[in-house]
Ligand binder design. Structure first.
Ligand code: DGJ
Length: 729
């Protein structure tokens, strides 16, 4: 619900349990008043704001007295050069070289139907408030968009700048949102990592200065820091306390920051990274930022995560797949890498069919000149030496065995020994005066160039159509480096990182339009581009190349801070694990992977008869709990690095049943049995635990917990099914 009260010139944005409130002050500045637990519409918050004269805090143009300073004000979208020394959300250089913008309120509109931002992924539905501000001196118009939902604890923000100056402008920074908090007694929780170790939660207290989480210069959201962070009170834990979360619906170089000011207040901001960014905006043109989702929960980090999960599941993930069972996949990568031929694939497909899986995905290595990772990218024609009957034969074999066929692509890349590169050496990102910067022996295509995107689209569409693939795994195995697009003039080279991502989105959009039923899985050297931007096109993303059950547990834990289990793909792989050399029981590998979009990634033909039978039982067991993965509420119960055990519960919305799964850590001699407290159940109801026969109330399971079986060896599976006992009439 969006309400504007003329008397106090205040906007009230009401979500399910949250309020976001701001007002227009006497000067036309947008003053942020509040974001958090729901307050009543009409609540006048002016009592807790007082402007004071602070030395060295300048007074803006037109200020009536020395107390009128933007430096200490709580602002909705601060701009540069008017005496606010915190980071601006907007920095624009006008034709005369000035970088001072003074935007004042002009009007507002409420859109009952969302006008989607063109070419950008976005959250669907809700009601949108558009607040227009103007700088008449320079002919700038800024629209701030706020979308709220009756059924979500989130506000989605973005901004649009229009140049009506009569000349060119250079946008040097434009955030998706900015938010000022009255105090800085918070911790930040970011998701930090590297390939094979993505999204490790790191919690640190806010302190003076700016803490920035950014993937700048990589051109991708990256393994390094995820475009998400949380802001929590010092006492906030998993289940209680205030928790704010900020996530960008964006897959390129981003920046999120928390800045503690001289006066102990906190400014939080986020959007496209301004490092090596500028955008030439011609007269009459507009620039639209990506969206940012802001959520709040007083139910701790767990509550914040569930708010994000609901938002992404219900308003972001491609709706045509929601409610439909996720395909159980058998992927060829760790089964065969580049070393396969048609016979080997037939055998793998036959074994996959025996398990009861739905889809066979042929990973890297199916196209010409691809016997290792040094070449072959860009042409996308099947290697007839390995596959004499082409992809058609593999796909037909899948169909005969009742499986759908999936195919791996790396659309954004080219190898130098490809026909594509030989014909168009200027179609990749590289400084024409230097040698290219290679990564995994490959170059990045210039996706700023629509002709390149159109060519890749044609090639992919042809292969998808002829092979009958209904599933595509879209990989990206390096970051951008030489940020120079031959298709752009010199004055637009700082647009490369953003234009590149727009090109990626346009390809995903075109494929979706052409193949509405095509299921696309995102991937980037594991989970290097796991973000809400990608999830708009891809219902799930490969979480990490690290399939070691014990390490994967930590990665899934971190990823789930922002992203729902159904968006995280997880596979059972072989042991000893190919990366860590660790051996974990098959049942534990299943238990960890079963909390996500599930599949296998190992040579099924090398398994014993008993192991194959166990796989078939796992697939059947997964089918039972899959609806909980799709739409259940996630409660994190234990974290490997903190508790020596990983466990999470997926609880049905009506709290009648739950699935608890995970893995224990390394065992020690002579220790007591571990106790696992199970949250998320109905305190007042009694639950039967299928595996132990225990019957206990939700309250007892939450407060006392269940005893896990004695730890007789390392990495034991945790797997419990809970059913509520029928309620007495
Ligand atoms: C990286 C991915 O994460 C893997 O799953 C696999 O697809 C390889 N690329 C193929 O090169």
């Amino acid at each position: 619900m969006i309400v504007y009260l003329e008397k106090t010139r205040t906007f009230y944005l009401q979500g399910k349990h949250v309020s976001y409130i701001f007002a227009v002050d006497a000067y036309g500045h947008l003053r942020h008043l509040y974001f958090g637990e729901q307050l009543a519409v009409g609540e006048d918050l002016s009592f807790c704001f007082r402007d004071e004269d602070k030395g060295f805090s300048g007074n803006f143009d037109g200020a009536k007295d020395r107390t009128a300073s933007l430096d200490t004000a709580f602002l909705e979208f601060p701009s540069a050069g008017m005496g606010d020394y915190r980071r601006p959300a907007l920095l624009v250089m006008t034709q005369d070289g000035a970088r001072q913008t003074d935007l004042r309120f002009s009007s507002f509109a409420v859109h009952r139907e969302k006008v989607p931002p063109e070419g950008l992924p976005h959250v669907r539905g809700g009601e949108t408030l558009e607040v227009m501000l103007r700088d008449d001196m320079y002919g700038l118009e800024l629209s701030l968009f706020y979308t709220v939902f009756d059924d979500q604890d989130a506000v989605v923000r973005s901004a649009k700048l229009v140049n009506r100056s009569g000349g060119d402008l250079r946008v040097q920074k434009i955030s998706s949102f900015s938010l000022d908090f009255p105090d800085a007694s918070y911790d930040t929780v970011c998701l930090y990592g590297r390939p094979c170790c993505e999204r490790m939660p790191v919690r640190e207290a806010c302190g003076p200065g700016i803490r920035e989480f950014s993937s700048a210069l990589r051109g991708s959201s990256s393994h390094y820091l995820n475009p998400f962070f949380a802001l929590v009170r010092r006492e906030t834990d998993e289940n209680a306390g205030d928790a704010y979360g900020f996530a960008l619906v964006y897959s390129g170089a981003f920046s999120l920051s928390a800045e503690m000011t001289s006066y102990g207040t906190l400014r939080v901001q986020g959007g496209i990274s301004d490092c090596d960014f500028s955008w030439l905006l011609k007269d009459g043109q507009s620039f639209r930022t990506p969206e940012a989702a802001l959520v709040f929960s007083c139910g701790g980090l767990g509550g914040m995560s569930r708010a994000f999960h609901a938002l992404w599941r219900e308003k972001l993930l491609p709706s045509r797949f929601s409610g439909k069972p996720r395909p159980v996949v058998v992927n060829s990568w760790e089964a065969a890498y580049f070393d396969f031929n048609a016979q080997k694939l037939f055998a793998l497909i036959d074994a996959a069919a025996e398990t009861g899986a739905d889809t066979f995905v042929l990973d890297d290595g199916w196209f010409e000149f691809r016997n290792n990772d040094c070449g072959g990218l860009g042409d996308w024609s099947a290697d007839r030496t390995k596959l004499p009957g082409g992809l058609e034969e593999i796909s037909a074999h899948c169909r005969e065995r009742g499986l759908a066929f999936g195919l791996w692509f790396e659309p954004e890349m080219v190898s130098e020994d490809s026909r594509l590169y030989r014909e168009h050496p200027d179609w990749c990102l590289k400084n024409p005066r230097r040698g290219p910067v290679r990564g995994r022996a490959q170059l990045v295509l210039d996706f700023c160039n629509p002709e390149v995107v159109a060519t890749v689209y044609d090639k992919m569409a042809r292969v998808i159509e002829s092979s009958g693939a209904t599933y595509v795994k879209w990989d990206m195995n390096r970051y951008l480096a030489d940020l120079y697009a031959p298709s752009l003039p010199p004055e637009r080279q700082q647009e490369v990182q953003h234009r590149y991502v727009l090109g990626v989105y346009s390809l995903a959009e075109r494929l979706t339009q052409r193949f509405p039923d095509l299921f696309m899985e995102g991937c980037s050297g594991g989970g290097g581009r796991f973000d809400a931007g990608m999830l708009f096109y891809f219902p799930q993303i490969w979480t990490s190349d690290n399939t070691d059950a014990s390490e994967r547990a930590e990665i899934q834990y971190g990823t789930s801070l922002c992203y729902p289990p159904v968006a995280m793909s997880a596979h059972v792989s072989a042991c000893p694990n190919h990366l860590t050399g660790r051996t974990t029981p098959l049942a534990s590998r299943y238990s960890v992977a079963s909390l996500c979009a599930f599949g296998y990634e190992l040579d099924l033909c090398a398994l014993s008869r008993e192991e194959r039978a166990a796989l078939a039982r796992q697939v059947a067991a997964y089918r039972e709990i899959e609806p909980l993965v799709q739409g259940g509420e996630l409660y994190r119960l234990a974290q490997m690095c903190r508790d020596g055990l990983y466990a999470a519960a997926l609880v049905s919305h009506d709290k009648t049943h739950a699935y608890v799964a995970g893995i224990t850590g390394q065992t020690n001699a002579n220790v007591l049995q571990k106790r696992l407290k199970i949250c998320g159940l109905d305190d007042a109801r009694r639950y039967r635990v299928r595996e132990t026969g225990t019957v206990a109330s939700g309250r007892a399971l939450r407060t006392m917990g269940l005893l896990l079986p004695p730890l007789r060896s390392d990495f034991m599976p945790v797997e419990l099914h809970l059913e509520a006992e029928p309620e007495k009439a």
